[in-house]
Write a protein that binds this ligand. Sequence first.
Ligand SMILES: Cc1ncc(COP(=O)(O)O)c(C=O)c1O
Length: 391
Amino acid sequence: MTKKIDRRSWLRSTALVTSSFALTPGLKAFATYDAAAPAPNFKAWDWERSVAARPDITKLKARLLANENPYGPSDKVRLAIMEAAGMGNRYGHTSAAKLIDMIAEKEGVTPEHIMLGPGSTDMLEKTAITHFVHGGNIVSADPAYMSLIKTAMAFKAEWKSVPLTKEWAHDLPAMEAAVDKNTKLVYVCNPNNPTGSLTETKALWDFCDRVADKAPVFVDEAYLEFLDKPEASSMVGLVKKGKNVIVARTFSKIHAMAGLRVGYIVSTPETLEKISSMVRGNMGMSITSLKGAMASMEDTTFQANSQKWTKETREYVCDELGKLGFDYVPSHTSFVLFPIAMEGAPFLEKMFDKGVGVRAFEIFDKQYCRVSMGKMKEMELFVDTLKQVLA
Ligand SMILES: Cc1ncc(COP(=O)(O)O)c(C=O)c1O
């Protein structure tokens, strides 16, 4: 299945977009990217103006709509930021270099393999800009996280979308078959957003290993740290082997720093040089966020708690959904997707009116709710409200 969008509609629609809401599954969604949807049968529901911009959004009792981490940032991050505020008159080059060193050490690569951005969105977009400046096609799953794909399409890239399998995994053979001589990038999101599903590590590794010889493979690992053994499922090892693979990570999820904007990519020095020949990496970073990220990396207790508490709330939600008869998608992330028997727009309005903010998508003609994990009290409120709304 291949879908295209013309540049004018894309540019018109991006005016509505903010990156924290930049998620759209392939076919239809009720999300910020509504008007920017590439699919002709995309059903728009104007999230930004109708819900996210409602004056009472700050009054939500449970804010479960953007996969934010409710537990942070950690106290150590807050302290580091306060201390760094007084250095706000200086560029953050030295701090950026220090954070890059720390990340390189953690990932087992040299600093030349790391590029920083204000959130991984910046890296997704810069990769798209630099790889699609002369067009080409992009291969990805459907539904997928659309940020990079949409920027690619703004540069007239053709999107070759491959539906996920029935088990919600990437259909790797079909994706490999879709790669051709015009493919400028393959995008994989693992675990995937909006489904929360995981593609088997060995199969993905072999896929990336083979396909990277034909086209660069971008692996978005925004939710990797919610796995029990994140390193075991990462594709960074392929970068170490010198493969043409780009791995993206973010401080927005496990580190609970979404509003502080820190992300990075790990790739070969050649690929990072290609990107920095056109756009500047590292430059968009604020000194406060850099210092905060360094403090967060050292706060392994906070990261472990984030993971543990998210798992607990996810298990609670899945249990409750199961009891209520919802056929939820087994999740490896900080959110859960499940089908609902109601149109997305009225569902969201009803939930919102009761103080619970969630997301709704229409994927292959079926309605779904995506709920992010908040604190346990928020999840209990979510379950109670869901029972009332869908009763
Ligand atoms: C899969 C995925 N990638 C990237 C991002 C962007 O995150 P950030 O720009 O906050 O690092 C998100 C945000 O929700 C995401 O879900």
